[in-house]
Write a protein that binds this ligand. Structure first.
Ligand code: HPA
Length: 307
């Protein structure tokens, strides 16, 4: 070996090491572990602005679900940017504030907008607000999102309650030192989506005349939409819908003992199922069309949740 070859070999090894580390850091190592104190400080900063209001039900509003806000009474709005440690969304059309208030007698904490992994936030940051909502007093969380339909039983404009998820394509928020104050090291996920609450949501949907389907949601990181091959893979794995959020939040919510009910708005058929390209604007426009139905459903469902 001459000197030049050795140098090249070393360079190649360093490059390979960097690539491997990058891949590993995505699935295993944590870049900025958020400890319990940070979560508690964040919750306390919100509490200070709330005047003894204790929310019982949390709602995370994804794209298409924003109109729910209009049904909330006695609103107090706190912008994410005014809360220490809170990540702030960078995506057009995604909002960023907590709204506290009530629908009938149910005290609510609503997240109008969330941040996503694809914005570059760590999974710790993505799930911080979920943990904060628990510390504020919430017992139940309703998560909503926009998703692409993979199942042949879904069409654009459908609503789908989640009855299970596939999390293996997104980082798990519980990797790293367990936060014992929040929950156990190995939380059970056999029934992540509360069966009773999901049944109650379905019954409410029927009463409102809004068809609600059920299925399995897979979270990928985005931001690129999936390829047709990835959609075929997801279908063969049992996914009915795909999106870029929610599952990390559900895992964090179950870890800290929140009851979960979740719902997707199917804004489009997944990539490769129709002879056209996907774009963010169309996804948002479909959201806007169906939003009155969604708010009617949530407005009828929330008062049924016991404080
Ligand atoms: N894929 C991923 N996320 C999405 C989609 C999709 O097709 N539609 C809305 N969010």
């Amino acid at each position: 070996l001459d000197i030049l070859n050795v140098t090249e070999l070393l360079d190649a090894l360093v490059a390979l090491g960097t690539k491997l580390r990058l891949v590993l850091s995505f699935f295993t190592l944590r870049s900025d572990f958020m400890d319990y104190k940070t979560i508690l400080d964040t919750a306390n900063a919100i509490k200070e602005k709330l005047d003894n209001f204790t929310p019982k039900v949390a709602i995370v509003l994804g794209s298409g679900f924003g109109e729910v806000i209009d049904s909330i009474e006695n609103k107090v709005e706190i912008s994410y940017k005014d809360v220490p440690n809170m990540p702030v969304s960078t995506v057009a059309g995604h909002k960023g504030s907590f709204i506290f208030g009530n629908i009938e007698n149910t005290k609510l904490a609503v997240m109008n907008g969330r941040v996503h992994l694809y914005e570059g936030y760590s999974v710790d940051q993505v799930v911080l607000p979920i943990r904060v909502l628990k510390l504020l007093g919430c017992e139940t969380i309703i998560l909503t999102n926009a998703a692409g339909g993979i199942s042949y039983n879904l069409k654009a404009g459908d609503l789908m309650a989640l009855n299970d998820h596939i999390s293996v394509f997104a980082p798990n928020p519980l990797i790293g030192k367990n936060i014992d104050e929040l929950g156990t090291r190995f939380p059970d996920m056999s029934c992540a989506y509360d069966r009773e609450l999901t049944k109650l949501l379905s019954d409410t949907a029927i009463k409102c005349g809004i068809p609600l389907k059920e299925g399995v949601y897979a979270q990928l990181t985005g931001p690129s939409y999936e390829t047709p091959a990835e959609i075929r893979m997801l279908r063969s794995l049992g996914a009915d819908a795909v999106g870029m959020s929610t599952v990390c939040e559900v895992i964090a919510a179950r870890h800290c003992g929140l009851k979960v009910v979740a719902m997707s708005l199917i804004t489009n058929l997944a990539c490769g199922m129709e002879n056209k390209e996907l774009n963010h604007k169309e996804v948002q426009e479909m959201g806007a069309n169906i939003t009155p139905k969604i708010s009617k459903l949530i407005k009828s469902f929330v008062p049924l949740l016991k404080g």
